[in-house]
Design a protein around this ligand. Sequence first.
Ligand code: ADP
Length: 479
Amino acid sequence: MFDPLHLIDGEWCAEEGVAPIQVLNPSDGQPLLEIARGGQASVDKAVAAAQNALDGDWGQLDAAERGSLMFRLSALVLDHADKLAELEALDVGKPLKQAKADAIACARYFEFYGGAADKLHGQTIPYKNGYTVMTVREPHGVTAHIIPWNYPMQIIGRSVGAALAMGNACVVKPGEDASQTALYIGKLALEAGFPKGALNIVTGFGGEAGAALSSHPGVRHISFTGSTEVGRLIQKAGAENTIPVTLELGGKSPQLVFADADIDAALPFLVNASIQNAGQTCSAGSRLLIQDSIYDEVVGRIADAFNALQVGPALQDLNVGPVINAKQCDRVKGFIADAKASGLPVLGEGKIVSDAPDGGFYVAPTFFGEVSPDHRLAQEEVFGPVLAAIRFKDEADALRIANGTKYGLVAGVWTRDGARQMRLARKLEAGQVFVNNYGAGGGVELPFGGMKGSGHGREKGFEALYGFSTSKTIAVNHN
Ligand code: ADP
């Protein structure tokens, strides 16, 4: 095992005299573990350690050597995938199978970015005679990674992976409800042989450790995934220090199902995109737009699928686990109650298994329809297992409804008409558009991020390497 302490400069530590944070198990509401509560002092130490690593052993490595360390870390994450999956299932409440898939994706991120570490080339630029001009990519320096609780392993893999590949030194602040896999990955990074200080982890509350990290003058880039409200605070903190900020915020992502779609193929994606991780996914497909002529058929089949969903403890590995905590549970139930009170019919509803512990944070997945496009349920992010069916007439109507929220993270289009696929793919306001599939964030290789209220900057894929590095132009006069 490992101690749930901060990882700073290759050592496990905590602030003296500061009581730890009690973390609850969402599957039963009982105490799960205590984690260290970091504040300004821990963040100062971690940022200094990261800067020392840049000035020392870590900064001295060749790009390919950084890549080799990342391959080793990837292999260790795979070796420990079962353990990591169990920790994340216990912390987050996600069914074990989903947690295992996340561990494998995390390993793949370190592999992908390890391979990319020595492959981002600069340019040479034609200029005046007697000059040679080139651009080189350089790390920002110390990068901050503020991680939410919903997909800790995947989000650490994608942001820390890209940052390390480009030679930055990282300070990670995991979500206070789900820090265990971050710390375990930290332990594996030490085993892999990363120089001390290249990867530091400070656990604690957002308003303390998170705020201290995002406003730290030694930090040169912030990568944040989480709520829109906190994203705004992070952007302001970044503005104070004039540093770049990558924000991946919420979404109200639509799936557009046209009358000519292959409904059999679409169905599992339509259901899964809304209930995966109990709907606590930024890119959840939470709006289901269905063309008039097939509305009843599709809605009927989705309702059947919802009625068959089983909800229970993470380790029982059913379709859906609990939501993360009591606050989130109340919030999601509030959305459901409001929708019912406004007269929206429930078309389908999953079942919480009878042996689910009473103290667990369970919400029955709920499918509502027909929802008007301006209803709260069609406009606001629920971050729970709730799906809203919306009817549309034609392509123009579908596009208007799809783009008619403040968000723009992901969209799905289901149609066999090739020209329509491309028309919509180009006009939908979303950082990712899936045609006849839906990726809930997509694969490791696919650039991901938002438009409009869903944030800015791109993580994942090769494109993330540009965000996690900066360009320098070198002009040499050799006349
Ligand atoms: P979620 O809805 O996923 O809980 P949050 O935006 O609340 O999203 O949290 C995402 C991450 O941001 C967590 O690690 C949390 O501790 C951190 N955080 C919350 N508040 C702040 C803040 N004021 N400054 C910096 N980080 C914060």
